[in-house]
Design a protein around this ligand. Structure first.
Ligand code: 5GP
Ligand code: ZN
Length: 115
C-alpha cells in the first residue's frame, strides 16, 4: 500500500466507496463522478501506479481484471448492449489518480473516437 494513495485507501476501507465487487486481488466501486449511467472503477488491491509499471508477474492479475469486468457488465445488465473498458495512462491519456484502474462504462452509446 502507498500511504498517500486514494485508491489504496479505498481498497483497505479507510476511505468509503460504493463497492460492487471485491476479492483477494481486486476491488470494484462506483466512480464518484460518473461519465455514463454505469461507471465502475476496477482496481488491483496492490499499488501499481500506471499501466507502464506492470511486470510479467502481473499478467494473471490483468487477465483477472478483464474477467471481473465482464462479470460486472453482465450483473449490471450492460453486457448485451455493450460497454467500454478503459485505462487512462499518464497525463495526456487523462490519468489523474496514480493507482492503476480500469473504467467500466455502459448504459449509453459510447462515442468513437473518444474525446
Ligand atoms: P483517471 O482520470 O485517473 O483515469 O480516473 C480517475 C477516476 O477516479 C475519475 O473518473 C474520478 O471521478 C474518480 N475518482 C476520483 N476520486 C474518487 C473518489 O474519492 N471516489 C471514487 N469512487 N472515485 C473517485
Ligand atoms: Zn495505490
Amino acid at each position: 500500500m502507498s500511504a498517500d494513495c486514494l485508491f489504496c485507501k479505498i481498497a483497505v476501507g479507510d476511505i468509503p466507496a460504493n463497492i460492487v465487487y471485491q476479492d483477494d486481488l481486486v476491488v470494484a466501486f462506483h466512480d464518484i463522478e460518473p461519465q455514463a449511467p454505469q461507471h465502475v472503477l476496477i482496481i488491483p488491491r496492490r499499488h501499481i501506479a500506471t499501466l507502464l509499471d506492470l511486470t510479467r508477474d502481473e499478467q494473471l492479475l490483468i487477465g483477472h481484471i478483464h474477467l471481473v469486468a465482464a462479470q460486472i457488465a453482465r450483473q449490471r445488465g450492460i453486457a448485451d448492449e455493450g460497454f467500454r473498458l478503459v485505462n487512462n495512462c499518464n497525463r495526456a491519456g487523462g490519468q489523474v489518480v496514480w493507482h492503476l484502474h480500469f473504467h467500466l462504462l455502459g448504459g449509453r452509446r459510447m462515442n468513437w473516437p473518444p474525446g
